[in-house]
Design a protein around this ligand. Sequence first.
Ligand code: NAP
Length: 248
Amino acid sequence: MTGVALITGGSRGIGAATAKLAARRGYAVCINYVSREDRARKVADEIRREGGSVALAQGDVASEDDVLRIFDVVDRELGPLTALVNNAGITGNASRLEGYDAAAIRRILDVNVTGTLLCSREAVKRMSTKHGGKGGAIVNLSSVAAVLGGANQWTAYAAAKGAINSFTVGLAREVAGEGIRVNAISPGLIDTEIHAAAGLGDRLQKMLPMIPMGRIGTPEECAEAILWLLSGEAAYMTGAILPLTGGR
Ligand code: NAP
């Protein structure tokens, strides 16, 4: 076994592709999801069919109680955690700033930022050599929106991903001497359901002309970058934010 990996938001999109690739690379994988148990089960079934080891953990990463319960599932069913992918994320409904109320803003920040910080905290408690752990790696999901700003679509989401960039650098430095590497990928346009969920079903096709490579990225391409960052091949890399944008 390569190690034990928790993928938050592993039921669909980039998280599902990452869970499947991690299992193929020999990780025992815990798939977290919040509401789509059917989709999470489908990913788990695929992993099991290929001979992989998998656990399912329902929970909202924005809830501290849920996060504790998710990590409890990992501890009990898979063993000591060595890899965390903070993938769960939402954009909220696409809107100019005037369209947001406090509850919508808080939810976007809570899922993307609080969720990432809480899950990372629990991972550090288990991985850090300071706490008796054997080290490990964390990969956060940022977005190119963090630097582009998300104007007219999702400034709150972009601000949340900006926070992810800062946190990636900060935590990387905090735990670099404790056997834990912390990096992020920063995808551009990736073909998942997140765009339609924001009410922008035609976003990918509309933005296609702005991509120098002339195509949309795939969840599998993100998964490859994430698994590389988790692997020993990236042993000297920490605090990095890797763009995956097709040149944009
Ligand atoms: P997606 O297809 O919409 O899937 C989102 C996943 O997150 C689902 O598994 C969902 O679970 C889970 N999730 C949502 N809220 C959650 C919560 N509160 N607690 C736990 N899980 C939760 O999204 P995606 O496009 O794959 O995006 C994955 C990550 O990449 C996100 O952080 C996103 O911001 C980032 N990203 C995506 C793109 C892109 O173009 N797609 C670009 C840049 C960055 P359920 O299935 O149970 O709802």
